[in-house]
Design a protein around this ligand. Sequence first.
Ligand code: HDE
Length: 725
Amino acid sequence: MPQSPPAAGKVPGGAPKKASRPAPAETLSMNFAEPQAEGGETHQVAGGDVAVLTTAHGIQVADDQNSLKQGARGPTLLEDAHFREKLFHFDHERIPERVVHARGYGAHGYFELTESLSDVTRADVLQRVGERVPAFVRFSTVAGSKGSADLARDVRGFAVKLYTQEGNWDIVGNNIPVFFIQDAIKFPDLIHAAKPEPDRDFPQAQTAHDNFWDFISLTPESFHMVMWTMSDRAIPRSLRTMEGFGVHTFRLVNADGKSTFVKFHWKPKQGLQSVMWNEAVKINGADPDFHRRDLWDAINAGDFPEWELGVQLFDDAFADSFDFDVLDATKLIPEELVPVRIVGRLVLDRVVDNFFAETEQVAFMTQNVPPGIDFSNDPLLQGRNFSYLDTQIKRLGSTNFTHLPINAPKCPMAHFQQDGHMAMRNPKGRANYEPNSWGAAQGGPREDPVRGFNSFTQEADGSKQRVRSESFADHYSQARQFFTSQTPIEQKHIGDAIVFELSKVERPDIRSRTVSHLINIDATLAQTVADGLGLALPDPAKAARPTMMDLPTSDALSILKNGPDSFKGRKLGILMTDGADAVVFNALVKAVDKEGAVYEVVAPKIGGVTLSDGTAVPAKQKIDGGPSVLFDAIAVVASEEGAALLAMDAAAKDFVTDAFAHCKYIGLTAEAQALFEKAGIADDLDEACLPLATAKDARSFLTACRALRYWSRELTVDLDAQPDA
Ligand code: HDE
């Protein structure tokens, strides 16, 4: 029996209500999902009124379930304009993803100035303490496609758009302060090498493959950044626990035209934190959206992530005396040499309404700087200033991408640019050129030589040539400085990561060539990696400049030296069963709350558990879908019978063995011991595995969790860490 169409005007679940036609859409940001404004046509359904479904041209739709046919079983008719429009629009829903940084996640917030920089810049946004401007931030991974997993080992983009009163200022940075290459002309090669190999189109979102390491091992300038990407910086715990960096040297220019060099830093109030590689791999399977979910949840819970804006200011004299060239983006300026001055705060307090409209369509451009901010001659930055405009036209399809609400400035603007695809903001009046003689009423805007953007006047000379400055030639000294500044466990992670990556590289000569560079950075690291690969130590790569072995270490470069001192914003996973101790559970919940953290109950069934006092507690995760990699610490609060059941469950055993292997703090009731025994780790439990017998224990456990990880355990659970391995 063919299904008969519903009666005209009928909305499933509701009856039509007579009203007048909807008011015409007035704003571009109109929310089509909401009932029309007063006077619009609505239907009542469970929960209230909804708007009448229309075509994009405003014709009300009577039947959205069946296409128009010639007879019940006949062919579909071309005449069905609604059907044709619906499919046409669907077929065109995708726009090209970003060629790099395709996977990203954005949020709104504000920037507030906490210290005036009026002595060094005329930029309006950096003048008056306490003033706020709206901000939009998009975090991203670089190599993976839009649908790739969040915990890929990769650099994270940290792109900030500040809607200032003098136009949009985009600081399009990363979570790593240096870059792989020195000259923009190498960018396509770098990205081609990192992305999936062109014949097979894999691996996705990974640098662990031949092409990447082939390119890297032939590009010594990349080794400083490689040390960072092989460190835990490339697998952050959360977008909220990463630093951001403007990377390049920029200029601040004051009202007298005087320039001061500047490097921008974003320092997370949440402290730095990363996960372990084995954990990252498992998070990617358990929750590929781990980072975006974390940001979404935190903001919606009112736990607004915050960063401080820091600036390193320096002059020509410092630049001339520095061991490296401040125009070389493969180098940083240690904070010990030029301290980071905190001048503002960035708070993210609102998630997007629509991912596509905001996060996907946002167009960042390094060349967007207001008067008072300017560029240096960094050849990477110069190339970027060309690239970002170009890419928006390809991606967003029209020169009018600035008309999109997310890209439009939130300050007065007026110009004579016109027409083009999808022009939505069209000037009124007679004149569309200048100079003109149409006067104030019709003549349109005029330039302002004083308030307008004046580029910093810089002398330039030299012959036209394709060269790399000699001052860019030291490739290993800062790579070494980064490595020696790490704690031993962080150094171990770097070695492990390089061994992991190179073990996925098939060609032995590429592995060997990579190790030959490491010798110039740190002999022990090179030996560890060679051992890890089962490779004879090769000769060192020929260095353009010998490595400076005596650069002082810099604490700012370590994650562990810059961690938080609380469990705030972190998540406890509580594995529970029926009959779980109500006192312990309630005390845990209270302590979590007091710490400013969150928790999730993990249980054998999503329906939850019944506590020892008869209270029902719903579960957030069924054990199979809530592995311990999703949590910062775990507690197992089980009854004796419950623990015996969990001990038969592979997912429950993984829950505790993974948490143990990932050096997490573990709280357990005496009854839960059976699970740890069956999982084979009962005899290994250490001082970071704490008993949960009383309410006081629960509080002490949460206090212990502030350390986040018990790193010394790692040396006991990793074969690579054993001396004779
Ligand atoms: Fe980008 N980069 N990039 N990049 N980049 C893009 O612009 C480019 C570089 C960065 O969330 C593209 O809109 C060149 C350094 C971020 O939308 C493209 C070079 C740094 C984002 C582009 C670089 C970055 C991008 C792709 C070498 C850190 C994402 C889509 C000279 C300081 C922004 C787009 C967002 C995106 C070009 C190097 C950061 C193709 C040519 C160095 C955070 O224009």
